[in-house]
Every structure is written in C-alpha cells, then in structure tokens.
Ligand binder design. Structure first.
Ligand code: GTP
Ligand code: MG
Length: 202
C-alpha cells in the first residue's frame, strides 16, 4: 500500500498574481523545474492520479501557479503547488535574475512554503538553471528535495549512477537525490517520505 493515501486533491486556484494566493495555514510543497521535465506528471503520480493537472503535449504550457489542496488519509492536509516551468526554448536563464517575477514572489514571500521539489531529467542531470536555483534557495534557507524524473527512460543499471552524478553536481550526498518515474510510480513513496519530513513539526 502506498505510504500516503490521497483521499481528494482539489484544485484551488490558478494564480497569475500574488493576490490570488490562498490565505490559509496549510503547508505548501512547490514543484519546480524546467518545462517538460514532468512537474505536473509528478503531482499526478504522487496523488494517485487524483490531481487534475494538465500534462502538456506542448512544453511550457503551465503559466500560472496552480494550487491543489490534498486531503490525506490519517495525516494533516497539505497543498501542492505546480509552478510554471522555466528554460524552455529560451536563452539560458539565470535563476536569480529572471525566472518569472510571479514565481520569485511566491518562493520569496510565502510563509506556507515548506519545501521545493526540484525536478531534473535523470538523463540530463542538473544544469545551470538547477544549480542556480538551489543556490538561490539555499541563500533563503528554503528546503528542497532533488528528484530525478523519467527514470523509466534509462536502463535499470544506469539509474543509480545517473542519480549519484546528479547529487554530486548539486553538492549533496548521493542518498539525498531520489530517482522517480511518474510513468511507473517508482520513487513515489520516497518523495512523499521527504515531503512529510519537511512538512512535519520542526
Ligand atoms: N516516460 C516518462 N514520461 C514522463 C514522465 N513524467 C512526465 N513525462 C512526460 O513528459 C511530458 C511533460 O510532462 P509534464 O508533467 O507536463 O511536464 P511539466 O514539467 O509539468 O511541463 P510544463 O508544465 O510545460 O512546465 C509529458 O509528455 C509526460 O507524459 C516520466 O516519469 N516518464
Ligand atoms: Mg506542467
């Protein structure tokens, strides 16, 4: 049985300005990563398909900050926040300067934010944007969880080495990066375990 059972995942708001962010006391977990990396798919997989996110055929489609309230079995509710992707078909972005003002204002000012799930493609590993983002998050003492997505696209024997390499590039111990596949559900419990740890009492 899954570590976390989601009873219901309700879409709350697609925010295009800070004023639209909900006023509540829920812990929020935000999903960040370049376009097409699988943020929306990860939300869907982590909620057992209960999150009605749009998974894009065309990259770069999630433009608003989409907030979902998750009603969990035997645990306090949490909110998942699907952030717009960065970096698709554009000049390399310097996270600190340019990732949409909307996303920045959310990450910088949001008291509810407990963790950022940072996704990178297991086949590419973290690139400049991801390294810039973790530095930026560290400067603000925002906790982040490194998730290497689309692990189903690599041969089994190649997954662990790729994840280790990603961890090394991010400057974290190998055990801190998680292999994940929205397609097979691999890594779902592991990602939840880390989310719960960061959302729980400090
Ligand atoms: N094989 C495989 N495909 C995946 C996985 N996760 C996502 N995809 C595919 O990758 C594409 C992009 O997925 P999305 O979840 O929409 O990506 P996103 O990061 O939300 O993209 P934006 O909203 O555009 O920033 C879709 O075609 C998904 O089906 C995975 O774990 N394995
Ligand atoms: Mg998306």
């Amino acid at each position: 049985m899954a570590l976390v059972q989601v009873r219901k995942a309700q879409f709350v708001v697609g925010a295009s300005g800070a004023k639209a962010f909900p006023v509540w006391d829920l812990s929020e977990v935000a999903f960040a990563g370049r376009s097409n990396v699988g943020k929306s798919s990860a939300l869907k997989a982590l909620t057992g398909g209960k999150c009605s996110v749009r998974v894009s055929k065309t990259p770069g489609r999630t433009r608003e900050i989409n907030v979902f309230e998750l009603d969990l079995v035997d645990r306090p509710s949490v909110a998942f926040v699907d952030l717009p992707g960065y970096g698709y078909a554009s000049v390399p972005l310097k996270m600190r300067a340019q990732w949409g003002p909307l996303v920045r204002s959310y990450l910088e000012d949001r008291a509810n934010l407990k963790a950022v799930v940072l996704l990178c493609d297991v086949r590419r590993g973290p690139e400049d944007e991801e390294l810039g983002l973790v530095e930026w998050l560290d400067e603000r003492s925002i906790d982040w969880i490194a998730v290497c997505t689309k692990s189903d696209k690599l041969a089994k024997s190649k997954v662990k080495p790729a994840v280790w390499q990603a961890a090394r590039a991010l400057g974290i111990p190998a055990s801190r990066a998680v292999a994940f596949s929205a397609k097979t559900g691999f890594g779902v419990d592991e990602v939840w375990r880390r989310i719960l740890r960061l959302c729980g009492p400090k």
